[in-house]
Design a protein around this ligand. Structure first.
Ligand code: ZN
Length: 349
């Protein structure tokens, strides 16, 4: 089978290779991969960025995948050939003695690992997945769309569990990458009024995509009016909530300016360096500064509902590439030519 695989702990050291189709272990199934997304963390790993040292030097990338069961391991008999599934990307084997398993936050356990970074993932024609981390795709949800379940679950965790967003909330989402866009969609599905902000660099692809699906967009950066002044034009009291999805340091450090007193700032991005924050400014407005990390199974199930409700326009948000063109998909993602690459992993015959 073909697989897009890293071969060394170096920048851009990955290529399409031929591998034997893997054999599922007792507790695993073999999935024929339908679609697999290229994620920001895949890009970081591919570019060998700081903070990604735990990624194996040799590994098949891909953690946002959907597929069809092709073969079932000896103890995986709740699944049968032909069943459709998505994979939970961040995997913590259940343990009742682990408080994060009991609290339904297994993604915070120190035992977590990411399939596609710490073991072989789904940028391949086939992948073996432990049934503990498989979720059946609901009827009526196409596998292409189901490949968005993982990133959408991250947005659902942020918006649904962390950011206190409800019907009528005035929300700013900073950063129109796929997580920002999906956070905006998730917030809007809850009845929030949402503004999306980005930079000039985001304008040709991501902000345009945001407007196509009905969002008001703001451009920030050198020579532009400050975000808070632009926000006050729409929300004269300031936003109830700001979701920081850009990973840009000033976007987080200045976020207090756009939020009303007693509002909430939730960071869902990863930052490449330590941030100087004037906490007193947050304190004088009693702004709650929160973070949101990854997602758990319940968030995947809510993501299914949102996908089924047709509120996620994958035609605008995604661009399909063949598995053969995975490297080009990484390059185009890096250059922001596309909002989200979905790899079609079924090469046929
Ligand atoms: Zn991802």
């Amino acid at each position: 089978m073909k697989a897009f695989r890293r071969f060394a702990r170096e920048e851009r050291a990955a290529r399409l290779v031929d591998l034997p189709i893997p054999e599922p272990a007792e507790s695993e199934v073999l999935l024929k991969v339908s679609h697999c997304g290229i994620c920001g963390s895949d890009l970081h790993a591919w570019l060998n960025h700081k903070g990604y040292e735990s990624v194996l030097p040799e590994v098949t990338f891909g953690h946002e995948l959907s597929g069809t069961v092709e073969k079932v391991g000896g103890k995986a008999n709740e699944w049968k050939v032909g069943d459709q599934a998505v994979m939970i990307a961040l995997q913590t084997p259940h343990d009742r003695d682990d408080r994060y398993c009991r609290d339904n936050l297994p993604q915070l356990s120190s035992r977590r690992r990411v399939q596609g970074l710490h073991l072989d993932g789904g940028m391949a024609e086939y992948v073996c997945v432990d049934v503990e981390f498989l979720i059946p795709v609901p009827d009526g949800l196409p596998l292409r769309l189901a490949a968005l379940t993982e990133p959408l679950s991250v947005a659902e965790h942020c918006i649904g569990n962390r950011a206190d967003i409800e019907d009528g909330s005035n929300v700013v989402v900073s950063g129109p990458g796929i997580i920002g866009l999906l956070c905006a969609i998730s917030a809007r599905s809850r009845g929030a009024n949402v503004l999306l902000s980005g930079t000039e660099r985001d304008e040709p692809t991501r902000l345009r995509a945001a407007r196509k699906i009905g969002f008001e967009t703001l451009i920030v950066g050198p020579g532009k009016v400050n975000l808070d002044e632009q926000v006050l034009h729409y929300f004269p009291q300031g936003a109830d909530a700001l979701v920081e999805a850009s990973g840009a340091v000033p976007a987080l450090s200045e976020s207090w300016k756009s939020v009303r007193p007693d509002g909430i700032v939730t960071a869902v991005a990863l930052y490449s360096r330590a941030i100087d924050i004037d906490l007193t400014q947050f304190l004088r407005k009693q702004i709650d500064l929160r973070t949101s990390y990854a997602s758990s199974k319940d968030d995947y199930l809510r993501a299914f509902d949102l996908l089924l409700s047709q509120k996620v326009d994958s035609g605008v948000l995604t661009e399909e590439y063949s598995l053969k063109d995975t490297e080009q998909g990484f390059i185009d993602s890096e250059q922001l030519k596309v909002t989200k690459v979905l790899l079609d992993c079924s090469l046929g015959e």
